[in-house]
Design a protein around this ligand. Structure first.
Ligand code: GAP
Length: 493
């Protein structure tokens, strides 16, 4: 069983083993920003790759996309982010700390905090009565001393253009999804896809989060893996169920233990007004009492997004006339025949034009990476000593194989180096000739390397090497010429 009882244990494990570091640490660190170290970068790359393979590469009905982070500001007006992507915050009158209203805890029993919510619906939240008289400031513990709740916008602003007269305020994208909607027409026109089909994308997103003290669960710069799956109205509920099952199984198939994964349906008041249904895939992080946290949201977004962008396209004159004043632009109303608009789809077989419905599985790459890491962590007693290991699924393991000469003489390093050079073209491979071989095995166990290959005295005699398996510690002899094929089969690569 994993023995990571506190968030601090995870943070220190990540730092110690070179998975995740605080950003700009030599300058005291930058809050809520993190860097992936040598093992972390490989692990995260493998998580991305596993998502892409499953959601894009292996599907005949999904294509990929890689959009720019900076987009036309009207994208965010149409999507609703420019006006509504905000958290309801309050400021502690004693210490001036700004806190999300839905993250405040009650003094009496510590309840009331909705830590699992990503972002509340600002329109419904701002309209509600908020009694903060019994709430505790998380920074200074003062009770009930809060100012009037107000909206705090979450998009980062930046300026584009070198000259003062052509400067434009842009936003760092808060989700990758809108780039997909903005390219829906391009993809339709440039490929042979037909509804039902999906567009997948992995990339960085940015949110000026208010609450960030949770390592890489909630950061201001993070990566998302999002799929927008376009389908005919009326088929949306079946596709919603399909993607729920697909995505849940993806986590299980890549090593997450079943007891640590669950669905959490959104309550009706959590749902955005346009969403027909939404469910979170949650992981039970092992610290504290077991902390269920969202890894991914799966939503039935109806035809809302494409219809909003059609309204945005009609509003471009106003954007020019107001010189890009997003606050004062009002999106044009839809045409009565909006379903024939530029972002509609014509179904040749049914001879019918419609705006597709969208099912959106939206995963956090950083959160999944961390979940895979803590779920893989294990400790066991071996001959009176504690063996620490990461039981990564082979596809996710940062290093697939390590090659050791048993000793640094008798021609063993030469044979080992030759094998290492051969393997590294196919797998991430590590070469180590320092220290006792037992210690080298342990180091690789801690990195989660599934196979270690040792060149020993017998190698020269019969051309075989020892292959040691991480989880069972079983050793077998394999012909050196067969090692690559053996690993390919075992790693399923
Ligand atoms: N397009 C829908 C969308 O962006 P979301 O629930 O806001 O939905 C999807 O985000 C996923 O992105 C979340 O389930 C989470 O894994 C990840 N995510 C969102 N905000 C994050 C943050 N501040 N830090 C790390 N991951 C985040």
């Amino acid at each position: 069983m994993a023995k990571l009882a506190k968030l601090d244990d995870i943070v220190s494990l990540c730092k110690r083993r070179g998975f995740i570091f605080q950003s700009s640490e030599i300058y005291g660190g930058l809050a809520s920003c993190y860097d992936y170290g040598p093992l972390g970068a490989e692990l995260k790359r493998n998580v991305r790759q596993a998502w892409w393979k499953n959601v894009v590469q292996m599907r005949d009905d999904v294509v990929g996309l890689d959009c720019s982070i900076l987009m036309h500001p009207m994208v965010w007006k149409s999507s609703g982010h420019a006006d509504k992507f905000a958290d309801l915050v309050t400021v502690c009158k004693k210490c001036n700390t700004r806190t999300r209203v839905d993250h405040l805890q009650d003094k009496t029993d510590g309840s009331g905090a909705q830590e699992h919510t990503e972002h509340v619906n600002i329109e419904t939240e701002a309209g509600k009565e908020h009694d903060l008289s019994n709430k505790v400031c998380p920074a200074c513990d003062t009770v009930g001393q809060f100012g009037q709740p107000m909206a705090f916008k979450l998009m980062f602003e930046t300026q584009m253009g070198a000259n003062a007269d052509d400067q434009m305020t842009l936003y760092l994208r808060p989700e990758t999804a809108q780039g997909i909607f903005a390219n829906f027409r391009n993809v339709l026109d440039s490929t042979r896809v037909k509804v039902p089909f999906g567009i997948g994308q992995i990339g960085k997103s940015f949110r000026n989060e208010v609450t960030t003290k949770a390592f890489i669960f909630r950061t201001r710069e993070f990566e998302q893996a999002e799929l927008e799956f376009f389908c005919a109205p009326g088929t949306d509920e079946d596709w919603y169920e399909h993607w729920k099952e697909q995505r849940f199984n993806w986590y299980l198939n890549h090593g997450i233990k079943k007891e640590n994964l669950r669905f959490r349906d959104h309550d009706p008041d959590e749902l955005a007004h346009y969403a027909k249904a939404c469910v979170d895939v949650e992981y039970k992080f092992p610290f504290g009492q077991g902390d269920w946290q969202e890894l991914e949201g799966i939503a039935n977004r109806t035809d809302y997004d494409l219809r909003q962008h059609q309204r945005g396209m009609k509003t471009m004159n106003d954007w020019y006339e107001t010189k890009g004043d997003l606050v004062n632009i009002k999106l044009k109303d839809e045409d009565p025949e909006y379903f024939k608009g530029p972002l509609s789809f014509f179904d040749e077989e049914a001879k019918e034009r419609f705006i597709p419905y969208v099912i959106e599985p939206s995963a956090g790459v950083d959160r999944s990476t961390l979940a895979f890491l803590v779920d893989a962590y294990d400790e066991e007693e071996v001959k009176g000593e504690t063996r620490n290991l990461l039981r990564f699924h082979p596809h996710l393991a940062p290093i697939k194989a390590a090659v050791f000469p048993l000793v640094k003489k008798d021609g063993m390093p030469e044979i080992a180096t030759k094998l290492y050079n051969d393997l590294k073209g196919c797998f991430t491979t590590f070469y180590d000739e320092k220290g006792a071989v037992g210690r080298r095995y342990r180091r690789q166990d801690e990195a989660g390397t599934p196979y270690c290959i040792t060149i020993d005295g017998q190698t020269k005699e019969d051309n075989t090497v020892t292959v040691r398996q991480r989880d069972s510690m079983e050793q077998s002899r394999v012909n050196i010429d067969q090692v690559k094929t053996y690993l390919r089969e075992k790693l399923d690569l």
